[in-house]
Design a protein around this ligand. Structure first.
Ligand SMILES: *[C@@H]1O[C@H](CO)[C@@H](O)[C@H](O)[C@H]1NC(C)=O
Ligand SMILES: *[C@@H]1O[C@H](CO)[C@@H](O)[C@H](O)[C@H]1NC(C)=O
Ligand SMILES: *[C@@H]1O[C@H](CO)[C@@H](O)[C@H](O)[C@H]1NC(C)=O
Ligand SMILES: *[C@@H]1O[C@H](CO)[C@@H](O)[C@H](O)[C@H]1NC(C)=O
Ligand SMILES: *[C@@H]1O[C@H](CO)[C@@H](O)[C@H](O)[C@H]1NC(C)=O
Ligand SMILES: *[C@@H]1O[C@H](CO)[C@@H](O)[C@H](O)[C@H]1NC(C)=O
Ligand SMILES: *[C@@H]1O[C@H](CO)[C@@H](O)[C@H](O)[C@H]1NC(C)=O
Length: 512
């Protein structure tokens, strides 16, 4: 404790010296990949899809090896931007579907709102997914000076339409915005390139008398909409002819564009002179959708489960932090960390305090990242919803298994389209066939992730007291949760009623 305080004082002193040096607070860039699998990028052992630009940043930064997100988009994004737990926000149940009139509650304060107070210019490029039925829920009303991108959870990569029946079909509508204006002129431009180019423009035109914040939640590598959800420019598809599986080849191409765009971003930071004073955070929003789940072909192998599950494959996530300001570059951090920790961690890194009257779930991990002191947490409430959930405590994880349609195995089951070296990064333990499996008939299951990161062996029967204690902890947290804010679909939202696009349909004067 004393040590932590000392380190914090040291850090505040160091921040103060930048200011003295005529510079200012560090620039903050958050690159949020969408649906990236745990072992797809090279820095996590993937050897099938080259990601040289991402890998370079990861290896020169600090790889966060024990880092967790929520299992799906909306709760992860909400936790990232508020420092609060999705269960405290009523966002623990599914995502915001386009016709559903709910979103991240308006009484919550978002990261860009805090940063604006400390003098930052705040930009967002990419996917929102925190509600848009009235305009006060949308990015430029929640602390962002500018936004280019979409409000819903997925769009076609070229036409930027969303609709369950597909591009140009009944119910589909454009979902693309430049601040509060419908942006039709980008029809035909590939999302990942468009967002990457805009990031470069913002960096190159930034007036460096103010610190810069960019939240860049990329579209990639989430699936788009039918009839072909997995799209990439032809030159990228051509790079991966050696992958025979069509879905996996397309996924590889999509990830490759993302990697190139991050190369462009890094080059712009260096060219503009902003690089030395920038902290770049890379994270995915949740585990990869594998084996066709959600129309996609990511890999979390050999972790169990995938996106939309409380298994490690759903919540253990690829992430790193990169900055010339780091004290231990080129290392791996094993500190237990949750996506909600970024908000307090960023505040600490810029030498500012959070208000004391808000119950943050996130904790300040800056001392652990910067000075390798022990993690500020040893516990994570993964989620509890619809009778399924999980809690992490030290090396142990209690799982209340599982919701219907959940992917409970290890994917992809047919591994022929996955690179051979992926297992190197995660060393699974042995399977103990004398232990029971884990099914929804069990009250709960327990795993020791230190010896069994792949969740093979349910040891609940061997440690009944610990299991029961963790179960009660999770139930206590669940009892205090805000009830889900979800609302049913509203037919009044349909694009056919709004000039062919999605909009803030419950406003008195929606954007038409
Ligand atoms: C916002 O209001 C909800 C109740 O509607 C409450 O549960 C939540 O804690 C409030 N958020 C903050 C930051 O006070
Ligand atoms: C969006 O808002 C930003 C900040 O106010 C402004 O610089 C930019 O020109 C706006 N873009 C459009 C298309 O209005
Ligand atoms: C995009 O452009 C294509 C080709 O010009 C056109 O058919 C389609 O309707 C446009 N889509 C949108 C959403 O404007
Ligand atoms: C990278 O920048 C170049 C030069 O501006 C551009 O042509 C290319 O499309 C960019 N690549 C990506 C993936 O954004
Ligand atoms: C940058 O902003 C400062 C302060 O507002 C202003 O004095 C300066 O002229 C600006 N520089 C450029 C190149 O616009
Ligand atoms: C951080 O501390 C751990 C545990 O003491 C140690 O194993 C690791 O090497 C340290 N990392 C660095 C970068 O010093
Ligand atoms: C396998 O589990 C049983 C309990 O069912 C235990 O007695 C045994 O030691 C375990 N074997 C290994 C190799 O851990």
């Amino acid at each position: 404790m004393l040590l932590t305080i000392m380190y914090q004082i040291m850090w505040i002193f160091m921040v103060a010296t930048y200011v003295e040096g005529g510079s200012h607070k560090p620039n903050i860039i958050i690159v949020l990949a969408d649906d990236l699998g745990y072992t797809d990028a090279g820095f996590h052992g993937g050897d099938q899809i080259p990601t040289p630009h991402i890998d370079k940043l990861a290896h020169e930064g600090i790889i966060l090896d024990n880092y967790y997100t929520a299992m799906i988009c909306t709760p992860s994004r909400a936790a990232l931007l508020t420092g609060r737990h999705p269960m405290q926000l009523g966002l623990q149940h599914g995502v915001v579907a386009p016709p559903c009139p709910f979103g991240l509650a308006l009484n919550e304060t978002l990261l860009p709102q805090y940063l604006k107070k400390f003098g930052y210019v705040t930009h967002m490029i990419g996917k929102w997914h925190l509600g848009f039925f009235t305009q006060e829920y949308t990015p430029t009303h929640r602390g962002f000076d500018s936004h280019l991108g979409f409000w819903s959870g997925r769009t076609d990569y070229f036409s930027h339409e969303n609709g369950v029946f597909g591009v140009g079909k009944r119910g589909a509508g454009l979902d693309f915005w430049e601040n509060m204006t419908v942006a039709r002129e980008y029809n035909g431009s590939y999302g990942t390139e468009l967002f990457g180019d805009r990031a470069v423009d913002l960096i190159m035109s930034h007036n460096q008398s103010k610190p810069f914040f960019l939240y860049l939640p990329h579209q990639a590598v989430h699936a788009g909409i039918p009839p072909q959800p997995l799209k990439a420019p032809q030159e990228y598809l051509d790079r991966f002819k050696f992958i025979k599986h069509d879905g996996r080849r397309r996924y590889a191409a999509m990830l490759s564009v993302l990697d190139d765009s991050i190369g462009n971003l890094t080059a712009a930071l260096k060219k503009s002179g902003m690089y030395e004073n920038t902290i770049l955070i890379f994270s995915t929003d949740n585990g990869g959708p594998a084996d066709g789940f959600d129309g996609n072909y990511a890999s979390n192998w050999p972790l169990r489960g995938c996106k939309y599950t409380n298994w490690e494959g759903g919540v253990r996530a690829a992430s790193f932090i990169h900055s010339p300001l780091l004290k231990n570059p080129g290392t791996t951090s094993h500190h237990l960390m949750h996506i909600s920790d970024w908000l307090p961690t960023i505040m600490s890194a810029i030498g500012e305090k959070l208000p004391s009257n808000i119950d943050y779930y996130g904790v300040d991990q800056w001392p652990s990242i910067q000075f390798n002191v022990s993690s500020a947490r040893n516990e994570i409430m993964h989620n509890y919803d619809d009778g399924a959930g999980a809690i992490r405590y030290g090396d142990y994880k209690l799982v209340i298994c599982c919701t219907e349609n959940e992917m409970n195995g290890w994917y992809p089951e047919e591994r022929s389209y996955i690179g051979a070296n992926q297992k190197l990064y995660i060393h699974c333990g042995e399977r103990n066939s004398s232990l029971p499996s884990c099914t929804s008939a069990d009250k709960y299951c327990l795993f020791d992730l230190a010896s069994d990161p792949c969740e093979y062996n349910n040891i609940a029967s061997l440690m009944p007291e610990l299991a029961e204690r963790l179960y009660r902890k999770l139930m206590t947290f669940a009892d205090a949760a805000q009830p889900p804010r979800n609302k049913p679909s509203d037919p009044a939202s349909h694009p056919s009623k709004h000039n062919g696009h999605w909009t803030d349909w419950l406003d008195k004067h929606p954007v038409l």
